[in-house]
Unconditional design. Sequence first.
Lengths: 344, 266, 306
Amino acid sequence: MNWKLTTTAMGLALLASTGLASAAGELNIYNWGNYTSPEMIKKFESENDVKVTITDYDSNDTALAKIRQGGHGFDMVVPSQNYMPIWIEEGLLLESRPDEMSNYKNVAKEWADPDFDKGRHYSVPWAQGTVGVVVNTDVYKGDINTWGIIFDTPDELKGKVNVVPEMTDVIDAAVLYNGGKKCTGDLEILKKVRDTLVKAKPNWVAMEYGTIEKMLAGDFSAGSDWNGSALRQRLQNPAIKYGYPKEGYVNWSDNLVVLKDAKNVDNAKLFQNFMMDPENAGMNSSFHRYANGIAGSDAFMPAEMKGAPEVEIPAEFLPNGVPSQTCPPEVQEHYTKIWTELQK
Amino acid sequence: MARYFSVQHQPGFTAMAVICFVALYAPILILVVYAFNGGESIASWQGFSLRWFEKAWNNEQVIGASWRSVKIASAAAVLATIAATMAALATTRTKPYRGLTLKYAFINQPLMVPEIVTAVALLIFFSRIKVATGYSGLGYLIIAHTAFCIPFAYLPIRARLESMNLTLEQAAADLYATPWMTFRRITLPLLWPGILAGLMLAFVISLDDVVITNFVKSGGQDTLPTYMLGQLRRAITPEMNAISTVFLLLSVGIVTLFFFVSRKRD
Amino acid sequence: MARAQEIANQAERKDIRNRWILSAPALLIILFAATGPLLIVLVYSFLTPGPYGDVKWQFSWDAWTSVLLERDIFDDTLSLADAHLSILWRSVRLALGTTVLTALFGFPTAYFIATRPAGSRDIWLFLITIPFWTNLLIRTFAVLEIIRNEGIVNSLLIKLGVIQQPIQMLFTDFAIMIGMVYVYLPLMVLPLYASMEKIDFRLVEAGYDLYATRFKVLRRIIFPLVKPGVIAGSILVFIPSLGAYVTPSVLGGGKNMMLGNLIELQFGQGRNWPLGGALSITLMLIVMVALLAYVRNAGTAEVRHG
């Protein structure tokens, strides 16, 4: 009777489905999408006999929410510097002491002892960059170095602007555009911010993370974006340029940390050390096109990144940069409320 | 005077039907065609090439996710079919008894609730359990999939069972067969095509699920659909077309099998 | 004789008990991983949101009031939450639109299949369900590729000289509706077909014999006979469309949210699980109302033509 055969097959399938992993170890990384060099991961996997899985997230808030609810199964995350104090305070991070690891000496001076992680007890620099605007200069020939591109959209770009829905980035931009200081709690300014955003939204075509492909395909002609993403776009279409808004733009950095409830702590520490090696950091940067905080990695980065205005901020725009920082909780609450209102 | 209208034709209906069929298949075919595009973008055709299939094959995340999808779908389909078979035996070919309609509604409940609601409910429920027990393996996904696969496995089994009349089994009983023997030697073989159909249906449904899996998954537990969802939201390349084509072939293959099995007249 | 009755009763009770045992695994699994958790959602909708997601175990009506009302951030006035209402309205509008469109397209298609010769009907049915079995994401992706600015539709229109610039179809409500119609069309065709298959076409012929026009036949004979199918199909399309999440996410560009996306937001950036729970329950209530309407209608329809 052939149903006996089928039953046995089913049973085998069931057994196979509970199969065990074959590598010596595992590492589960939770990172921004499109932000990890597959080549670099393969290198780490073969050097350490570890199976790495990478799961993507789009925003700091999603990552924080997911980890806070517990039972997530991740070992490492890559939060931005302005969220680091929150992660530390909430007790979500393991004090893995990168400053005591062998490759710590490679961390660039200016990143070795930052305010958000004194003495680098928790984190390792992953990448740093800025938030600005990308514009397809074939469509718009005017001044691109202003937040007016997204908040007061010129006619040629109306209906073709995308805004990446990272809450802190967008609200910071609106605050700076309205003359306020980052993390201001001034209700007058916040009211203006809310109005600016609500007024600008009809001119936007989307609020998406997938900017590269859509800018190249012409679905978007401009938008807010991160510099590395802008560089990747320019390399495929020279007309797409990155603008440093004169009202002020934010300098951010992302940092690799180990989670307190990680299951693979040793592998995680190995990876933190691995990322502080100039060659590996350089390999990673070649993929995501952002600068990293490891000295000596320049030697391993491709030529088109050297001197690129997206990576090395031109002197004229340097003074407009504002470092990213954590806002006090009441201000965070205001920001969240404004953001929710924007989501109509 | 009497103009005879053919029953088969209503004005425009055939045209509309043909348009529908074409419109249903065209987007998928275009997607498949572009999987073979040598170039980078969808707009320009740059020669036939298999490079995107190669890229997908070498993409660890894709292979891992696919394998995980198959694992979960196999386990869920088997479990769901077993549960559904038992439930079908319990709820068919009987006079209505107390609780029958309730049972029936209960078994089909996953079909009536929008997926996002179930997904959210499971997110909350499982995260409490995950924190309490510390276990965060594939078990949650498997059981969630089993739950919504049960109604899908149930339907064909029930249909098959209802079309089987009791005389053969009654004859066996007359011949002093125990209920278990009757089940094993008569009911089960007769029911088998229904069970097989249910199994395949459950497998495809589990393979396809994206919403519930997206909410319930833990670290490193992407299935192929959740991986694709992530890519669709962030970085679309023809690699997606290649992955979609392979996935398509798999689903269509299984459904074609299902079609032939359920067509079999005994 | 009473003894025989007793034995019969006992056997019956045993039978029922066995049936309960048999159905236990299915019922337990569904209780654990489908129905039970819904109660938890209800409970959570009455709690307070935690600072970074999750909840604080403190009773609060806030989630439920914020479904329909909101407090202005700056002047604290209470007003209708038009953010939520517009999303709700968009969801209902698009779901209804999808249902109507699928019915419009599905009706001729089902009729066509039902009037094919008996042997080939199976094949046609099979052909219409294949797209249904391909993954939702693949189908949504296929629609995305077609309607985007560089996609086939725009390229064709530009080539034919009908338009100069590509029409912005992607990231609009229209895109979402097209996506949903594409995805749910087979769900409408199948029940319609099931109804139509049962039509005794001699009635239709009789209609023609009595000098009725085609349109009259359609209206007076065919349509009333397939009404149960139309209603079943409408429910099968309306419910998933209302709770759609993937299609509006991919085709709507994050700007045009439907209820499903709004719910998802509360569990991510929105950090308001209780509100997410309240919105989910609201969605379920709307679905239940629709289902009730179906049960009512289907019941009377069958009685009328029974």
